[in-house]
Design a protein around this ligand. Structure first.
Ligand SMILES: [Zn+2]
Length: 273
């Protein structure tokens, strides 16, 4: 059990340092807006990609993280990718999330590992995930819809590489995976906004050799990227799976789980209307 004693303020500062140190850019497309007949405006955008890196060297715990741990309260070691009206943009947890996988370029046993990761995310968030079968689609940003539509493609998890996917092109060799999500919603006449994540794509770098399971594995990476899919951002606390350098852990940590609960079923349904 990992406990965090960092405050959100400390985390924010740490995150900025981490991002600067690795040159990660978190691209946030400007919200697209168009007027619809009832006075509502259509809004939408994309979050990510956030690179996940291999663990490099030994993680040194700071005096802050080794100080007496807080007890009995949920960890605050998490961040959200996108906020609207101060609330995280998330899937409607009351609607099943469909997903597919392209494992043609992945390791043997890759699909089972992805299924395990999805099952774990579903468990922690209280969401229902439906596997719709294998996909031959390449995990690129073009997979995502650019505007709100009646139906959306399933969440795609696929092994690819920098030569084939813009999500991985130009990234450092230590980058293991990238996730991009798309969200759409409405802005009401009073200015308030409501939106839901509608699509996501995860690009797993087939050029990397990771074990299937265990610490710093494809399973751990899939959990990290699925955390992004659900709406989590990177956190400066390097003991969490949502740190941008993959920590040597095999499962979601306390902060990861606390963040996932806030974007999951217990946070209520997301109704965009
Ligand atoms: Zn990440």
């Amino acid at each position: 059990m990992s406990r965090s004693v960092k405050t959100r303020r400390t985390l924010a500062a740490s995150l900025a340092l981490v991002l600067a140190g690795f040159g990660v850019t978190t691209a946030l497309a400007p919200a697209m807006a168009e007027t619809v007949s009832n006075g509502l405006q259509v809004v939408g955008g994309q979050a990510g990609p956030d690179a996940a890196f291999k663990r490099i060297g030994t993680v040194r715990r700071t005096a802050v993280t080794t100080a007496a741990a807080r007890t009995a309260t949920a960890s605050t070691s998490y961040t959200f990718s996108t906020l609207l009206n101060g609330q995280p943009v998330r899937w409607d947890p009351c609607t099943p999330i469909r997903w597919t996988a392209n494992t043609a370029r992945g390791p043997a046993g890759g699909l089972e590992v992805l299924q395990e990761a999805v099952t774990r995310i579903a468990q922690v968030t209280g969401t229902t995930w439906q596997y719709v079968g294998a996909s031959t689609a390449n995990a690129t940003s073009a997979y995502l819809p650019k505007s709100a539509q009646a139906s959306y493609p399933p969440v795609l998890l696929g092994w690819t590489d920098g030569a084939s996917s813009d999500l991985l092109a130009g990234q450092a060799k230590s980058v293991l995976g990238m996730t991009r999500t798309a969200w759409f919603g409405l802005q009401r006449p009073d200015g308030s906004k409501v939106a839901a994540t509608r699509a996501a794509v995860i690009a797993l770098d087939s050029a990397d050799t990771l074990p299937l399971r265990g610490a710093t594995s494809w399973k751990a990476l899939a959990l990290h990227e699925l955390g992004h899919v659900m709406g989590l951002g990177h956190v400066g606390d390097r003991t969490q799976l949502m740190a941008n350098v993959l920590p040597p852990v095999t499962d979601l940590q306390a902060g990861d789980r606390a963040g996932l609960v806030r974007v999951g079923r217990t946070a209520g349904c997301v109704v965009v209307k």
